[in-house]
Design a protein around this ligand. Structure first.
Ligand SMILES: Cc1cc2nc3c(=O)[nH]c(=O)nc-3n(C[C@H](O)[C@H](O)[C@H](O)COP(=O)(O)O)c2cc1C
Length: 296
């Protein structure tokens, strides 16, 4: 792709992650592909390996495979399943075994989600790494900051994945959290194009987390029938709206509205490069003339 202009992106998050762009890959349970995470890192974002998709005895090998596919930074996600919902019965020690393997392989960035994870943050900090925690409520974000998280990913109601009945929209989450939190914020939920990216930065985020949108790219390991369904999702339909926002309809998983931004299946590289390219063009139309976009 011919780039129109090359803005250097500088935010508190891509300073920590040492990535070209302030883009973080989402965690995906059961949709595991090292190649997909490597592709995300190679194009300039922070590829994330969802650790629990791999049995502990092969995890080290998978991390080494990641290192053979990219020389760019990547992170590891540990989704700490709440005790009540714990189907696979992991103990804190089980989670920490994954952390230990990743630390030994030189991983520096750990993302945690779904439940309290300060026991992971503590170990990561002892080893000199960074701990980003993801939550969906501002009050959980405040708690995570208090117990030492280096950054918070806040997911809005628009996001795919588990919901909290007291969750706000991405806009409310980020703008309110920005007034309260001191640590950098990563916006997640319904983001899938340049305007969403710039909007999140304007709201006060230091990066965005991409989930649904990137699952619709060529490299994504999302099963083909789901990819097809998701690409054809009409987010304007009442039925879709009910499935996405009505908590009574549990078990009716739908993609986030970010699906609306993806018309055709494109490569992950083209998707990310066109998102960044468009963001740069929008900045120019707003009169931005610098070579560096710095919101540190
Ligand atoms: C298929 C799928 C599986 C997911 N699995 C996890 C998971 O295991 N752990 C987690 O923290 N979040 C999980 N999520 C949520 C994403 O990490 C991310 O927060 C969300 O997709 C962001 O919203 P978006 O889809 O609108 O971009 C999952 C999302 C999808 C679509």
């Amino acid at each position: 792709m011919n780039r129109w202009f090359n803005v250097i992106w500088k935010t508190k998050i891509n300073q920590i992650t040492s990535t070209k762009y302030p883009l973080i890959m989402a965690a995906f349970a059961r949709i595991s592909s090292i190649d997909f995470a490597a592709a995300f890192s190679n194009v300039g974002g922070l590829g994330i390996i969802t650790a629990l998709n791999f049995k502990i005895d092969i995890f080290k090998k998978e991390l080494q495979r990641m290192q053979s596919l990219t020389d760019k930074p990547f992170g590891v996600n540990i989704t700490v399943v709440p005790p009540k919902a714990r189907l696979e019965r992991y103990t804190e020690d089980d989670y920490l075994k994954y952390v230990e393997v990743a630390l030994n392989e030189g991983v520096k960035i750990f993302t945690t989600s779904a439940y309290q994870a300060s026991f992971i943050g503590k170990r990561v900090h002892e080893a000199g790494g960074y701990w980003f925690h993801k939550c969906s409520l501002i009050r959980h974000a405040i708690s995570a900051e208090r117990v030492g998280a280096d950054a918070i990913t806040l997911t809005g109601l628009e996001a795919a994945g588990f919901k909290n009945p007291y969750q706000h929209s991405t806009l409310v989450n980020i703008t309110v959290a920005k007034r309260i939190l001191k640590v950098p914020i990563i916006a997640a939920g319904g983001i899938g194009d340049a305007r969403g990216f710039l909007g999140a930065l304007a709201m006060g985020a230091d990066a965005i987390c991409l989930g649904t949108a990137i699952l619709l790219t060529k490299e994504s390991p999302l099963p083909l029938h789901l990819k097809d369904d998701w690409l054809n999702t009409d987010i304007l339909l009442e039925d879709y709206y009910k499935k996405l926002y009505h908590f009574s309809l549990k078990g009716t998983r739908v993609p986030s509205p970010a699906t609306a931004f993806i018309i055709n299946e494109v490569s992950l590289k083209d998707f990310i490069e066109s998102l960044i390219d468009r963001a740069e063009k929008i900045l120019r139309t707003w009169g931005f003339t610098k070579e560096e976009f710095n919101c540190i």
